[in-house]
Design a protein around this ligand. Structure first.
Ligand SMILES: NC(=O)c1ccc[n+]([C@@H]2O[C@H](COP(=O)([O-])OP(=O)(O)OC[C@H]3O[C@@H](n4cnc5c(N)ncnc54)[C@H](O)[C@@H]3O)[C@@H](O)[C@H]2O)c1
Ligand SMILES: [Zn+2]
Length: 365
């Protein structure tokens, strides 16, 4: 039986539907028509996702009367780059996309960010449809309107805020997702529970077995809750000038870990998982939270088989990375801390001497 839930996402003056369910890919064309789209459409995807899902999406679009063209980007973060962006523009020109044409991103966060930036800039902006196919993309990158490509000097350095016309999250695609990729998305869902949704946190603890075996109702529940929370925060701070920083819980240490290990050792969510354990420890050390908070955080992250330690990495190098993070204000280290499960606050200017003990506890040297 097909399942479908709709959320209306607001981002400042803009608004768009987010559809979560099963059997949605085969209805892509109809859904796009419903939201007023038509004409030419350029599908941006990669060979991995194309082999699994392109045919069904293409057919759905053609059946609904769209003129479909496709551009394949090689699979991997390395291809969220300027030369592949140019290939998307070339495909848009070759397909004669016009102001009312559509770019559809079919894939994970890499494809969503790249295709999104192309849509934001081609002809000064044409309509964008996100069809996220990883759990991370469904709960994080497809919502919030941040689109970007990487520069050799840093991730996401060239980007824009650009909201999609609709986001279509078909849960059935998660069945083919690598377990490690599934867990990286779960880390961001766990994050939402810890910083802002106690019911989600309870659900994740109680329904672990159902989540683990991809039971549809459990997935709908956690994805819907994670998306609603992110959407609420984004609407309150569309251009990331204030409270949107709360979404960076676990990311201060997480980003440092990813950068220090050259983006090869950890998937993003794994680095964030470790970072959340660190942030919980710091919340306790600074007297903001009871020690139960640390235990509860550790327990949940372990329950979902995500890493919680960083054996052997240099604490000094990690602290130096934190001070370089572009999201750090006035070169002081900023942490998101949790006074209790479901509550978070932004704390600026944490001195290195408070961070070292936490990193040592995580196994850094
Ligand atoms: N825009 C934002 O707000 C935001 C937020 C978080 C992350 N991001 C970006 O997202 C990117 C990471 O996204 P990701 O974790 O989705 O990685 P990804 O896009 O690289 O996808 C991970 C892997 O899964 C494969 N895949 C995708 N869907 C599949 C499916 N249904 N079945 C089988 N395999 C599938 C992909 O081909 C890839 O090999 C990073 O570039 C990051 O910067 C952006
Ligand atoms: Zn993240």
């Amino acid at each position: 039986m097909a399942v479908e839930e709709r959320l209306q996402i607001k981002a400042g003056s803009e608004e768009y539907p987010l559809i979560i369910g099963t059997g949605l890919l085969a209805r892509t064309g109809k859904i796009l028509k419903e939201v007023g789209l038509g004409g030419k459409i350029l599908v941006v995807t990669n060979p991995t996702v194309a082999a699994l899902y392109l045919a069904v999406v293409e057919k759905a679009l053609q059946d609904a009367g769209f003129t479909v063209s496709t551009v394949l980007i090689p699979d991997g973060e390395a291809y969220k780059c300027q030369s592949e962006l140019v290939r998307v523009y070339d495909a848009a020109v070759a397909s004669r996309l016009e102001r009312d044409s559509v770019v559809l991103a079919l894939g994970g966060g890499v494809i969503g960010d790249l295709a999104g930036f192309a849509a934001a800039t081609y002809l000064r902006g044409i309509r964008l449809v996100q069809v996220p196919t990883t759990l991370l993309a469904q709960v994080d990158s497809s919502i919030g309107g941040k689109v970007a490509v990487n520069h050799r000097e840093g991730k996401n350095l060239i980007g824009a805020f650009y909201q999609p016309a609709v986001v279509i999250s078909d849960l059935a695609v998660l069945a083919t997702l690598d377990r490690r990729e599934f867990k990286t998305g779960l880390a961001e869902i766990i994050k939402v529970g810890l910083i802002g949704d106690r019911e989600l946190d309870h659900f994740l603890r109680r329904e672990r077995a159902a989540v683990w075996r991809l039971q549809t109702t459990a997935l709908v529940e956690i994805i819907r809750r994670a998306c609603s929370f992110k959407a609420r925060i984004v609407n309150a701070d569309v251009r990331e000038e204030g409270c949107r920083a709360l979404l960076n819980y676990g990311h201060t240490i997480g980003h440092a870990l990813e950068a220090e290990t050259g983006y090869t050792m950890y998937r993003h969510g794994e680095a964030v998982a470790i970072g959340m354990v660190g942030a919980a420890a710091l919340s306790v050390d600074l007297g903001l939270a009871h020690s139960d908070l640390y235990r509860a955080t550790l327990e949940l992250i372990q329950a979902y088989d995500l890493p919680t330690a960083i054996p052997g990495l240099s604490a000094a190098k990690l602290v130096a990375r934190m001070a370089l993070d572009k999201k750090v204000k006035n070169s002081e280290v900023r942490f998101i801390l949790t006074p209790a499960v479901g509550e978070a606050l932004i704390k600026e200017g944490i001195p290195p001497e408070r961070i070292y003990p936490v990193l040592y506890r995580l196994g850094a040297v």
